[in-house]
Write a protein that binds this ligand. Structure first.
Ligand code: SIN
Length: 311
């Protein structure tokens, strides 16, 4: 039997935002509208929904590890149901790429887990949330789709490559050099790249994530003109577990900051270098004193390092 139903897990964001005036697309409060009302705004969706849960109700700038763990737990539970084809997660755009990367890392699911969002609040004259939800549901119900995916403005992105690239446009996400995985057109999927590899072997990592009292503390520092080692020294003094440096260009770091990072590394703090450039990867020979996150942005490198420390 091919499963035909989806589960919707809501976490807040602009898609659930409310403004006092219909023509106001920025002066709204995120995370106000409940999951049932979100579903009601999408014609024909409810009969395809196996279950809907309000996992959280947050502006995603305030996203935290506890919500991530609740989401991972919920996804894992619902994915195990034979009747469930896939999951749609509604989420704010601001940290959506981080949640997507985290879920892909700990679940690597065979079925699709589709994060979707909106750039305009639910109260807008022309909200983009209902169409995005409809498109996300189409992807979640597509037989053969897999992995953690992001659907926005008719485009399907993979969790590893996707990043928010625009502050205002409805089509706010990009997969950079890699490009999107697919497009949704009138409910049909046009796939242009293969889905991410799925593992179904991450049970151990998921168990560790759920069992940990707290996830390891990994902070991000940025290399910039006039940088110093002061922030790194303060973090080391506080007992930080790992530091990601958002490096310039092809992974270069201001010499004063680099000196502090090397000292931190010698003291046992894990360091990872990611580029602060929006496009491209850190191209190196693997022999540099500070290891590189290659294609991961600083925010995703932070998650990768956190999970590595948990292992
Ligand atoms: C948020 O990220 O929760 C607010 C902004 C948005 O969803 O676009």
């Amino acid at each position: 039997m091919i499963p035909q139903k989806i589960v919707v897990l809501a976490t807040g964001g602009t898609i659930a935002g409310r403004a006092a005036r219909q023509h106001d697309n920025i002066g709204y409060t995120a995370a106000q509208v409940g999951v049932e009302d979100l579903l009601d705004a999408v014609p024909g969706l409810k009969p395809r929904v196996f279950a809907a849960e309000q996992v959280a109700q947050v502006d995603s700038k305030d996203m935290g590890h506890d919500v991530w763990r609740d989401l991972a737990r919920g996804c894992s539970r619902w994915l195990a149901h034979d009747e469930v084809a896939g999951i749609v997660v509604t989420h704010g755009t601001d940290t959506l790429e981080e949640t997507a990367y985290f879920l892909q890392a700990v679940l690597a699911p065979r079925k699709p887990v589709v994060l979707t969002c909106a750039m305009r609040p639910a109260t807008a004259i022309a909200p983009d949330g209902p169409q995005n939800m409809l498109d996300a549901a189409a992807v979640a119900m597509t037989h053969g789709a897999s992995g953690v995916l992001v659907v926005c403005a008719g485009t399907v992105h993979g969790a590893r490559d996707v990043a928010k690239r625009h502050t205002y446009r409805l089509d706010a996400f990009s997969s950079g050099d890699a490009g999107p995985l697919a497009y949704v057109e009138e409910g049909l999927l046009r796939q242009v790249r293969p889905w991410a590899a799925h593992a179904d072997a991450n049970a151990d990592l998921l168990a560790r994530v759920l069992a940990a009292a707290e996830l390891p503390r990994v902070e991000i520092v940025m290399s910039h003109a006039g940088a110093s080692g002061a922030v790194v020294e303060a973090l080391v003094a506080q007992g930080v577990d790992g530091i990601v440096v958002a490096a310039t260009g092809n992974g270069t770091v201001h010499r004063d900051l680099e000196a502090a990072l090397l000292n931190a590394q010698t003291a046992g703090v894990k360091i990872l270098r990611a580029t602060r450039c929006a496009e491209g990867v850190v191209v190196g020979n693997g022999k540099e004193a500070l290891p590189a996150a290659i294609d991961l942005s600083p925010v995703k490198a932070r998650i990768a390092l956190m999970l590595e420390l948990l292992r």
